[in-house]
Design a protein around this ligand. Sequence first.
Ligand SMILES: Nc1ncnc2c1ncn2[C@@H]1O[C@H](COP(=O)(O)OP(=O)(O)OP(=O)(O)O)[C@@H](O)[C@H]1O
Length: 312
Amino acid sequence: MKKYFFIVNTVAANGASLKVWDKVKKELDLQQVNYRSFFTNSEKHAVELGKQIAAIHEEQIEAIVAVGCDGTISEVINGVCGSSVTIGYIPAGSANDFCRGFHIPTSPKVALRNILMKRKSITKIDVGRFKLGERSKPLYFVNSLGVGFDAEVSKKVNQSKMKRYFNKLKLGPFVYLGAILNQLFNYKPCSMDVEIDGSIHHYKNVWFVTVSNQRFYGGGMRISPQASPFDGLLNVTVVHHFSPFKLLLLLGTVYMGKHTLFKGVDSFKGKEIRILPETKLPLHADGEFIGSSPVSISIEPKKVRLICRSKR
Ligand SMILES: Nc1ncnc2c1ncn2[C@@H]1O[C@H](COP(=O)(O)OP(=O)(O)OP(=O)(O)O)[C@@H](O)[C@H]1O
């Protein structure tokens, strides 16, 4: 008989994921669902757990379900990418860009119900694949990958001791705002080449480049309003030649997806992308700092089976 395998991040959203898990467990026991649970004990442990479960138990898997925030589902997908297992997600956090982009309910109870439903909707989703150097092994992102200012902001937020306290008070977005304001006046835009399907675009004064698999990032910002994780394409947004004050204005409009109307915001679609800045710049994948440029990115269409709705 097939089972659900739950991977629970023990520290996501300051441990709120464990409270979510308690409720999920009660419901699973009540409904006499056949399941096993696994708990993370370190960074990136969810990648290993996903990989091992998919390898050892592939025949018995109904679905592998990540319980945590965007970083947790991203790690589980990195672990199982390439296998044929079905993935589910129960959100425990505040940012919820994965839920927004993949039409997954933000309520853990409703998300669980959808996962357990007999006629659940399994959709094959695209994922982004990236390599930091010729010899490095490929990794994957589900939401977006960013180079420059936004990666520097992610790095600062993840290092910030304030994040934990603000998250407790459900004021997590203010930590982002603080880091953004700080970087606005400290970050130095630079020149870079952005290669999209063989065409090279030369830029000066670039603040950041974001490669999106779906529309949202940074806790609800519609950075790439046209992006879809079901179209076999990646969307590239280049923000260049802005003053810090104009960038602040842009941040006010990005929640509505209206920033693309500004001169200095260029949008492209493509399958193979290389980002080559003149100096080493920080990178984030799905909001987690992952290293430095240059980076090569490609789309892996319909790579992962996810319990979600492909349309609203
Ligand atoms: N036991 C653990 N100890 C330390 N880090 C862990 C552990 N388990 C998972 N992690 C790390 O936690 C991060 C998962 O972050 P995730 O986005 O799910 O939560 P979050 O950062 O608290 O969410 P948010 O801030 O969006 O609400 C990953 O970087 C992962 O490697």
